[in-house]
Structure formats: structure tokens, C-alpha cells
Write a protein that binds this ligand. Structure first.
Ligand code: AMP
Length: 359
């Protein structure tokens, strides 16, 4: 039984770990952050820190013994790290959630096995099989590495003029899959939480706009039909139940509109709090960070009620230089991650604006 006063171990010291640690503190818990980089943003707000590599077994065992449960802010936690931690403490979400979300082939196989639509996909191990896959799925198609892809990295579009083997060479001929192109109208996501006893709560569907492959703005409501919203929630619950999932998860989906009717196709899942859920901090009764902490502690989930029409905008690179103007805006919720250097493409903070809903 985890009670106030216990310690939550968090792997990863970025902004997600930082916001989880703050939510833990709000509930009377302590956060112990484990990250390899000195000056990690989450260290500023943690009760304890370990600076060590994710492969450092002795440090991992010490960390596991010093905390009551371990969670993480990123899905690329090595499987050996997850196994070491699981041997000494609770790991939530579990190792299966990590394994499935780390590998696009396993992920698509798992989700389609639940009868949920994903983009048509094919795996290949050599050029002949790649050519066959392109033949089968048609062009355009998207070549993606099985592992370590994010924000558009590790993927190449196969257009009519693209030589597939050159495209694969661009990805270093890493193990990859080919995906059929989904002619989506919009990208949407579900952020939801599940506890070990099976309690489930989802936030309203979010509509996400990207710039240069990085999330720019999230808007809620997403402006889809009631039936689509219900279907998105059903999909998220089916995935969470099948993984015996504990914590917050995000399901990213494509919304396809054909002859006036809407259809959802899952793109990927993230076994963690998610950028498209940042709006819940100020825009919902319970933030996704608090919800995650409640879930991993086995505590009752909080209300996911939305407090109005909400818009969250990421502050990327020098966008964060506008902090004074944002602070002067009535009702704008500003969050800065405490990162020293505003490099291009770096997430420095976000701002959430809540507007009264019409009607
Ligand atoms: P991912 O890294 O899988 O999230 O892909 C990054 C972005 O590429 C997505 O947000 C989409 O905008 C686009 N994309 C990825 N896969 C597909 C697909 N099968 N069809 C169309 N667009 C895609």
C-alpha cells in the first residue's frame, strides 16, 4: 500500500519527470529522479536524485530499494533496465507496455490483434521483401524504423519517385516496417489512465497540430462526432485492459473522413504522460500528472472533467522568450521547464488557455 510520505521513483529527468514530481509532491509523496544527465530539469523539484546510466545495474538496484514504486517518462527504457527494476520493486506501467510501444512492428501487430484499425503495414528483412512490400501497400507509403523513432525522426516517405532501397539506406538499413499512407484529416489523441484494479478514466479527445514534426497546439474539444469520441475511448480502454496497464497512457490516432463519415486509425501508443495531455494542467479538474501518480499508487482516479474549451501551445526554442507577455495575459497558464539553453526544436515550456464554452 502506497501512502503519502512514500517515494515515487521516476526514470528520466526531463519536463515530464519534472511535472510528475511536482504532482507527487502535491499529494505528499516524495520523488526520486533517476537520470544520466547532470542538470536534468526534474532535479530542481525532486527530493532525491540518482545520476547514473540506465545500464548501471548496481545503481538501478540501489534506486529500486530506495523507492516504493518506479515509473518512467519515456518509452525507450531498455528491457534489461525494466527487468532489473521489476525484480526489486513495482514497475508501472509494466515491462510489456514498454516492449510493445518500443517496437513499431510489435505495436501494430498487438493493436491489430485486438481488432483495432492501424495503418496497413508490412515487415521486411531485405531489399526484395521491401520491394514486395512497396508493391503491396502502394505509394505514397512511410518507411519507419522499428525502434527509436520520434517526432518524425527515423522515417522516410516513399513517394512515386523514391527509390525504396535508397530510402532504407538513409535509415542505416535498421530493422524497419513499411506503412501504407493514411489520408488523414486530422491527428487526435486520447490520454487515459488505468489502475491495477481496472479503474479507467479518459480525458476528452484532443486534436493535435504539428509544426516541423513537433507538436505545436492541442485543442479540446477535438470537434469530432459523439460516436467517434466514444469509439476513441473504447479503443484506449481496450488497449489499456489488454496490457493490464497501470498509469497514464496516450493513444495517437488518425481521423479519416470519407463521404462524410469518420473513421479512426491508431498510429501509436505512448506508455506515459504525453505532450497532448499537458492541457489538463489548468484545463481539467485533475492533471494527467496527478492522474498518473494516483494510478501508479493504486489510489482512486481523479475527475477528468474539462474546465472549458482548452488550447495548449508548446513553447519551442525561443518561443519561451515571450514569457513576460504570456504572464501578462489574464488566465493564461504558463509552464516553463527550467532548461538553461533554448536550442531550436527544444521544448522549453507550454502555455494553456481555457475559454468559457458556448451554450
Ligand atoms: P510517428 O513518428 O509515427 O508519430 O509519425 C510522425 C508523423 O508522420 C505523424 O504524426 C503523421 O503526421 C505522419 N505519419 C506517420 N505515419 C503515417 C501514415 N501511415 N500515413 C500518413 N501519415 C503518417
Amino acid at each position: 500500500m502506497i501512502r503519502p510520505g512514500c517515494t515515487i521513483g521516476i526514470l528520466g529527468g526531463g519536463q515530464l519527470g519534472r511535472m510528475m514530481a511536482m504532482a507527487a509532491a502535491q499529494l505528499g509523496l516524495k520523488a526520486h529522479i533517476y537520470a544520466p544527465e547532470e542538470n536534468s530539469p526534474a532535479f530542481d523539484v525532486a527530493a532525491d536524485v540518482t545520476i547514473a546510466a540506465y545500464e548501471d545495474e548496481a545503481a538501478l538496484v540501489r534506486f529500486a530499494k530506495a523507492v516504493d514504486v518506479v515509473t518512467y517518462e519515456f518509452e525507450n527504457v531498455p528491457s534489461e533496465t525494466a527487468a532489473t527494476l521489476s525484480a526489486h520493486t513495482l514497475l508501472a506501467p509494466n515491462a510489456q507496455a514498454l516492449a510493445v510501444s518500443q517496437d513499431r512492428f510489435l505495436e501494430k501487430t498487438f493493436i491489430s490483434g485486438l481488432g483495432i484499425a492501424v495503418a496497413p503495414f508490412a515487415s521486411f528483412t531485405n531489399e526484395a521483401e521491401l520491394a514486395e512490400a512497396v508493391e503491396k501497400l502502394g505509394r505514397p507509403a512511410v518507411l519507419k524504423t522499428r525502434r527509436f523513432g520520434y517526432d518524425g525522426k527515423g522515417q522516410v516517405m516513399i513517394r512515386p519517385e523514391t527509390d525504396p532501397s535508397e530510402a532504407w539506406a538513409e535509415l542505416g538499413r535498421a530493422p524497419a516496417i513499411l506503412e501504407g499512407f493514411v489520408p488523414f484529416e486530422r491527428e487526435v489523441s486520447v490520454v487515459a489512465a488505468r489502475t491495477a484494479s481496472g479503474a479507467f478514466a479518459a480525458y476528452d479527445l484532443c486534436a493535435n497540430e504539428h509544426k516541423h514534426h513537433i507538436l505545436d497546439t492541442t485543442r479540446i474539444p477535438a470537434g469530432v462526432s459523439g460516436a467517434t469520441e466514444t469509439e476513441a475511448m473504447r479503443i484506449a480502454k481496450a488497449i489499456a485492459d489488454a496490457l493490464d496497464y497501470v498509469g497514464v497512457l496516450a493513444v495517437e490516432l488518425f481521423l479519416v473522413t470519407e463521404n462524410g463519415s469518420e473513421r479512426l486509425v491508431v498510429n501509436e501508443i505512448a506508455p506515459r504522460v504525453h505532450n497532448s495531455g499537458h492541457w489538463t494542467l489548468g484545463g481539467a479538474t485533475t492533471s494527467q500528472f496527478e492522474q498518473h501518480i494516483r494510478a501508479v499508487c493504486g489510489w482512486p482516479l481523479g475527475s477528468t472533467a474539462r474546465l472549458g474549451r482548452v488550447e495548449m501551445t508548446n513553447l519551442i526554442g525561443h518561443d519561451a522568450d515571450e514569457w513576460e507577455q504570456i504572464l501578462a495575459e489574464p488566465g493564461a497558464h504558463l509552464h516553463l521547464y527550467g532548461k538553461a539553453e533554448a536550442r531550436a526544436g527544444r521544448k522549453m515550456g507550454h502555455v494553456t488557455r481555457v475559454f468559457p464554452e458556448k451554450g
